[in-house]
Design a protein around this ligand. Structure first.
Ligand code: NAP
Length: 315
């Protein structure tokens, strides 16, 4: 009989119940219990914690933790709050999440390539005007980030006929049809030539504020931005300035420094901005529970902790 697995999160009651039910179904041989129901003695025996935005003070009350499994793909908060305590953090790498994100990248790329923001504005003023059609083969999409999500998005875009370049931290093999770039020159070239820039980077010390005024104004005139990574990757004042100056045509933003986006934010009402409520790549209980189950079973069978986040690198 394995020891209990702790579940820690700041989810609402319904969400927590959904995740616990999915985990119980995926791992019927394990006992998974919310942290608050565990006695001090039981907490001392915990080796594995499954977490979704956990309170770091609660994690600190598990003195014998061997590893933490996050239910989210983005781990900047865990790295910040728990990275220093030496317990390996395993993040969610879920093909279903990658598929959903790739679908969102394609959908919102079409939204921009087919000039939907401009037609929306034309309708508001009763304007009948046909804009020049730009086919996918003449539309360059630049992806920032070529990890689990960026790679899936790149393949989907190539399949739809778009020209695709992708920037990663280190040079690496790229999906067929994708131009892979890295380093500062790679970034500069991608920004200068892309009609649509899609940000799928993790938030780290290196990437925070990456799209600042200098880089936004170095984008191709008339280009558009999609940010599906994390809010602080983009300097919002600079983005608004680039939109107001007519240098950029539109921004689709799914992630923000503060979420939910505060009612007073100028982004809500800006005609050049589409605000989405962090929905591009949702974690679904059933599919994430399946990934967690695979990792827990492999650990039980081999004693080896699954590949963990590189805390020094930040992702
Ligand atoms: P990943 O597999 O870790 O890939 C990260 C990519 O970013 C890698 O290609 C990496 O380069 C690149 N990168 C990291 N730091 C860089 C730097 N300083 N310069 C250049 N490239 C850099 O992550 P993922 O699973 O694709 O997820 C990416 C992010 O998406 C997550 O961290 C999360 O913030 C966000 N996300 C958003 C949603 C949503 O609903 N909006 C959902 C899930 C995830 P290398 O290949 O060289 O390592």
């Amino acid at each position: 009989m394995s020891e209990t697995i702790a579940f820690l999160g700041t989810l609402d009651a319904e969400e927590e119940a959904d995740f616990l039910a999915a985990l119980a179904a995926a791992l019927p041989e394990e006992t998974i219990r919310p942290f608050r129901t565990l006695s001090a003695e039981e907490r001392a025996a915990i080796r594995i914690a499954i977490v979704a935005n956990p309170d770091p003070a609660e994690v600190a009350l598990l003195p014998n933790l061997a590893w933490i499994h996050s239910l989210w793909a983005g781990v900047e908060r865990l790295v910040r709050d728990l990275g220093g305590n030496g317990v390996p953090i395993v993040r969610l790498i879920d093909p279903e999440l990658a598929r959903t994100m790739a679908e969102a990248v394609l959908a919102w790329t079409y939204y921009l390539q087919r000039d939907m923001p401009a037609y929306r504005r034309q309708q508001e003023t009763g304007t009948w005007r046909q804009l020049a059609y730009r086919p996918p083969g003449e539309t360059m999409v630049g992806l920032l980030g070529l990890g689990a999500l960026g790679s899936a998005a790149a393949e989907r875009l190539v399949g739809a006929g778009f020209r695709v370049a992708a920037w990663s931290r280190s040079p690496k093999p790229v999906p067929p049809g994708v131009a892979g770039v890295s380093g500062p020159e790679g970034l500069a070239g991608l920004l200068a030539t892309s009609d649509v820039v899609v940000c799928l980077l993790p938030l780290t010390g290196e990437t925070r504020g990456l799209l600042d005024a200098g880089r936004l104004f170095a984008m191709k005139p008339g280009a558009a931005l999609i940010n599906f990574g994390r809010g602080p990757l983009v300097a919002i004042d600079a983005l608004l300035a680039a939109l107001d100056a007519g240098h950029l045509s539109h921004a689709v933003l799914d992630v923000f420094e503060v979420e939910p986006l505060p009612p007073g934010s100028p982004l809500w009402r800006h005609p050049g901005v589409t605000v989405l409520p962090h929905i591009s790549g949702p974690t679904t209980p059933a599919s994430s529970a399946g990934i967690v189950a695979g990792n827990v079973r492999a650990y039980r069978a081999t004693g080896r902790i699954p590949q963990a986040v590189d805390v020094a690198r930040g992702y």
